[in-house]
Design a protein around this ligand. Structure first.
Ligand SMILES: [Mg+2]
Length: 375
C-alpha cells in the first residue's frame, strides 16, 4: 500500500455569538483536516498540521511511501535540522493521525490497539466552556453558565481567567459558590501573567479547591513555572502550544508542571505515544488539550484509552481529555457519529478499525475556505 495524495482542507465558520478570553475575542472558528489517500482505496483523516511548506516543496517525503512508515515520516517532517534548530518544529501532526487511521483500517484494528495497552474504554471528559461573553456582569454570567453545564451532566468544568487578579478572584468565587464543592473546577489564564503576579494570585485562589491552573505564565517562562510550583497549593498545567521534543526537554524532564497538556494538533499520535511513556516514567499526569473538530476529539479518545493512571491507587486522579463545548459550527457536523457524553458523563472510545468514525466529505467541503492538494 502506497500513499498517493494528501488533501488539506482548511475550514472556517463565523460564530453566532462572540466569546472572549484573556488574549482576544473570537468571531469565527478555524480548523485544518488532513485527508490521506492510498492506492489500496483506504483513506485516513486527521485534524491538525500537514507538514506545511516542507511537504509542499518535498512531496516525496510522503507521496509514494507506505503509511506504515508513520514514525519515520513524523521524524523526517518534524526535525529538519536535528538538534541545531528548534526541535520538533513544525509537526505534521494531522498527517500523522491520518496515517494511524489508515494503518488501523488496513489491519482491521482500532487505533488504540496499535498505540499500546488499553486502560479504559470510556474516558472522563472535562467541559471546556466558560469564556467571556457580552454579559452585563461577568461573574453573574459565568455562574449561570456553570450551572447549565452541571445540569447537563458535567462533573468537571474549566473556566477562563486572566482578567486581572481582582476580577479573577471575583469570578472564581461566584462560580464556586454556584456549583458547590462537589463539582470539579479548573482555571485557564492563557499565559496572562508574570510569575510575581501569579504567585500572589495563586495564594488568593487557594481556597477555591481548583483542580489545576492552566498556563498562568508564558509557555517558555521555565524559571517562572519552577517558582510557582513552590508558591501555592494549586496543581500547575500547560504545554498546549508546544511540540513533542520541547515538551520532553522543558516540561517533562524537569517536571515543570503537574499536568502536561499536549495537543494532537502539535504532537500527533506518534508524539503523543512518546509523551505517554515519558510522563508516566516521570510521575506526571497527562491530559490532552483539545480544540478542533470531532476528528481531534476521537483521536484523543484513542490516545487517552492507552494513558496509564499516574498511580495504582483506587482513587488515583483520573485520566481525562478536554471536551470543548463552545460554539463551533463544524466541530460535530464533519462526522457521521455524534461525539457526546453518556449517562455516566463519560465519552466512549470507538472500537471500529482506524479512528472508528466516518468523516463526511460534503460537510467538510461546505466549511472549506481553502484546499491544498499534494500528489
Ligand atoms: Mg488552555
Amino acid at each position: 500500500m502506497r500513499i498517493t495524495e494528501v488533501r488539506v482542507h482548511q475550514l472556517s465558520a463565523k460564530l453566532k455569538e462572540r466569546f472572549g478570553w484573556s488574549l482576544n475575542w473570537a468571531q469565527e472558528r478555524h480548523a485544518t483536516l488532513v485527508e490521506v489517500l492510498t492506492d489500496a482505496g483506504i483513506t485516513g483523516w486527521g485534524d491538525g498540521d500537514f507538514g506545511g511548506d516542507k511537504l509542499i516543496a518535498n512531496p516525496q517525503l510522503v507521496i509514494g511511501r507506505s503509511p506504515f512508515a508513520v514514525e519515520a515520516i513524523f521524524d523526517e517532517l518534524r526535525s529538519p535540522g536535528g538538534k541545531q534548530q528548534r526541535v520538533g518544529s513544525p509537526a505534521a501532526a494531522g498527517l500523522d493521525v491520518a496515517l494511524w487511521d489508515i494503518i488501523g483500517k488496513a489491519l482491521g484494528e482500532p487505533v488504540w490497539r496499535l498505540l499500546g495497552k488499553q486502560y479504559r474504554d470510556r474516558v472522563q471528559p472535562y467541559c471546556t466552556a466558560m469564556y467571556r461573553k457580552d454579559w452585563p456582569d461577568l461573574a453573574t454570567g459565568l455562574a449561570a453558565e456553570a450551572m447549565e453545564w452541571k445540569a447537563r451532566g458535567y462533573s468537571l468544568i474549566k473556566m477562563k481567567i486572566g482578567y486581572g487578579p481582582e476580577v479573577d478572584v471575583e469570578v472564581v468565587r461566584a462560580v464556586r459558590n454556584a456549583i458547590g464543592p462537589e463539582t470539579g473546577l479548573a482555571v485557564d489564564s492563557n499565559c496572562a501573567y508574570d510569575a510575581g503576579t501569579a504567585a500572589r494570585l495563586g495564594k488568593l485562589l487557594e481556597p477555591f479547591a481548583l483542580l489545576w491552573w492552566e498556563e498562568p505564565l508564558l509557555a517558555n517562562d521555565y524559571t517562572g513555572y519552577a517558582r510557582l510550583r513552590e508558591a501555592f497549593a494549586i496543581p500547575l498545567a500547560g504545554g498546549e502550544t508546544m511540540f513533542t521534543d520541547e515538551l520532553i526537554q522543558h516540561y517533562v524532564q524537569p517536571r515543570l508542571v503537574d499536568i502536561l497538556q499536549p495537543d494532537i494538533e502539535h504532537v500527533g499520535l506518534t508524539g503523543g505515544r512518546r509523551l505517554t511513556y515519558l510522563t508516566w516514567l516521570n510521575h506526571m499526569r497527562l491530559i490532552p488539550h483539545n480544540w478542533g473538530t470531532a476528528v481531534r476529539t476521537v483521536s484523543e479518545l484513542h490516545w487517552a484509552a492507552t494513558i496509564p493512571p499516574v498511580s495504582e491507587g483506587l482513587y488515583a486522579p483520573p485520566v481525562m481529555i478536554e471536551f470543548d463545548r463552545t460554539e463551533s459550527p463544524f466541530r460535530d457536523a464533519v462526522v457521521a457519529e455524534p461525539v457526546d457524553i453518556g449517562r455516566d458523563g463519560k465519552l466512549p472510545v470507538p472500537d471500529k478499525p482506524g479512528l472508528g468514525i466516518t468523516v463526511l466529505p460534503e460537510a467538510v467541503e461546505s466549511f472549506r475556505k481553502n484546499l491544498i492538494v499534494i500528489c
